[in-house]
Write a protein that binds this ligand. Structure first.
Ligand code: GDG
Length: 460
């Protein structure tokens, strides 16, 4: 069996393999433990220079290898090209996208640094699985150093349509580097199609058969692998958590009112201002809900050094204050807005308590919160998922979710009203339909499909 080498911007801390942590870390660790291998990435530390050897930590057959970055690397590669160019561009926010040759050069330099640090650790039969937009050129850098191992890439974000991508000054070299992989995986069919359209229209790519396409002198497999969650574990952990003291405290504090829950990294792609407006609209248009419904939005801050993130944080504080000031009563507060994170198990208990899971990104690769919310419900009396059509999860979950356009604030309010009044029988049917999807495509299935695609790639 070939070893698997996983490369990602950050390496999950060693104790994240526990069931209490998120699905991706668990899935990647399961693959690595099964086949043995390396998880390679940035340590999260800033150092004077990045010339040292990787820090190594051995856990059974699994090697964690991490490198430090310099302040300049961090600014140009991470805050710069990855999070101020690719992230907004891939989420259709051209208005927020910065273009700079300096940060692109930094992005390439750090990708090359990653490749040169990993190179001495590689064996001929290794399979290399690279994750996400930070590391698109990584595979090409390794190929240029003479490595012909099987290499796969999975993009966690959306892939934009050609019209959007063409705004990137170096779109052609970025796409060429993606074609250095043997397998390129996207979240949805839509993302896959957008990529293939670009190859065909812009660089004369040709479909060889099915999912295989020829471009830049190489043949690669391009496929959708919708990421998922650890469905069974979530079901049982959510049920346990719902009986805990903390969740009982939440229930008591609600005093019989219905709970709507939102859980998102504080990011402009998640549609939070529009969501807050929709909640305000719910009270304006359907005033009987005043005093009867509580909205809890959990939004841990991220990427705090990028200006747009500080900006959206201020905007949401103002909006939450405005809505609470306008509607609150001495014994009821409409919005509970929490800028912090919670242990995963507690989050699952929150989901299970909530009559509505409100997931309304303006664009999202997949959105695991939508899937977690569904898996955490009590099948006998489940809540309703209100889901943006622009989440990658929408094609799979349309069988049971109420699908909304997050820009249509009145439409979202109307859907909330519908969800709040949905009969139990309908809620059960919708939940069962979504659970069928989540049982068939859980996180293990996702991992196995990707690893099998990589195994099937020709090499050497
Ligand atoms: C990217 C793509 C794609 C959130 N708050 C807390 C917490 N979380 C966990 C959630 C969920 C995860 O973080 C967030 O995942 P999402 O998928 O919703 O969104 P991104 O972070 O933007 O992820 C996305 C994903 O990659 C995977 O491919 O789906 O489209 O943007 O698991 O539960 N976890 C804990 N406390 C919190 O307060 N423990």
């Amino acid at each position: 069996m070939s070893r698997i080498v996983v490369v990602s911007n950050r390496v999950a801390p060693v104790d994240e393999g526990k069931a209490s942590s998120g699905g991706l870390a668990v899935a990647v660790l399961a693959a690595l433990k099964r086949a043995g291998g390396i998880w390679f990435g940035w340590s999260g530390e800033i150092a004077e220079n990045s010339s040292g050897s990787p820090g190594i930590r051995q856990v059974g057959r699994l090697t964690y290898a991490t490198i430090d970055l310099t302040q300049r690397d961090y600014e140009e590669y991470y805050n710069g090209f990855a999070n101020s160019t690719l992230w907004p561009l891939f989420h259709y926010r051209l208005d927020l996208t910065e273009f700079s040759r300096r940060t692109y050069a930094g992005y390439l330099r750090v990708n090359s640094l990653f490749a040169s640090k990993l190179a001495p650790m590689l064996r001929d039969t290794d399979m290399i699985w690279v994750h996400d937009y930070h590391l698109i050129p990584f595979g090409e850098q390794l190929r240029q150093m003479g490595f012909d191992q099987r290499m796969g890439f999975f993009l966690h974000t959306p892939w934009p349509v050609p019209e959007m991508l063409l705004a990137l000054p170096n779109h052609d070299s970025l796409v060429r580097s993606l074609c250095a992989y043997d397998v390129v995986g996207f979240q949805t069919e839509g993302d896959r199609k957008a990529f293939v359209d670009y190859l065909i229209r812009e660089v004369g790519g040709e479909i060889v058969d099915g999912n295989r396409i020829r471009a830049f002198g190489r043949t690669l497999r391009v496929e959708a692998f919708p990421i998922s969650v650890e469905t069974r574990e979530i079901e049982s952990q959510a049920a346990q958590s719902a009986g805990s003291r903390q969740i009982e405290r939440l229930r008591v504090s609600l005093a019989g009112r219905e709970l709507i829950v939102g859980v998102d990294r504080l990011d402009y792609s998640k549609g939070l201002p529009q969501r807050f407006q929709a909640f305000e609209e719910l009270f304006e248009h359907y005033p009987a809900n005043r005093g009867q419904v509580t909205f809890m939005q959990i939004a841990p801050p991220t990427r705090t050094e990028v200006a747009e993130y500080a900006q959206i944080r201020r905007e949401l504080e103002t909006m939450a204050g405005h809505i609470n000031g306008k509607f609150a009563e001495f014994d009821w507060m409409p919005i509970r807005y929490l800028n912090k994170s919670f242990p995963r198990r507690r989050l699952l208990g929150f989901y299970r308590c909530a009559r509505i899971g409100l997931v309304t990104p303006l664009r999202d690769g997949m959105n695991l919160v939508a899937k977690e919310y569904v898996a955490a419900q009590d099948p006998d009396d489940p809540g309703v998922l209100v889901l943006s059509r622009f989440a990658g999860a929408a094609p799979e979950l349309a069988v049971g979710a109420i699908i909304v356009n997050p820009y249509d604030v009145e439409g979202v309010a109307e859907s909330l009203q519908r969800a709040l009044n949905m009969p139990r029988e309908e809620r059960r049917e919708r939940h069962a339909a979504m659970m069928k999807v989540l049982r068939e495509n859980d996180i293990s299935h996702w991992r196995e499909r990707f690893v099998q695609a990589l195994e099937a790639a020709p090499y050497g």
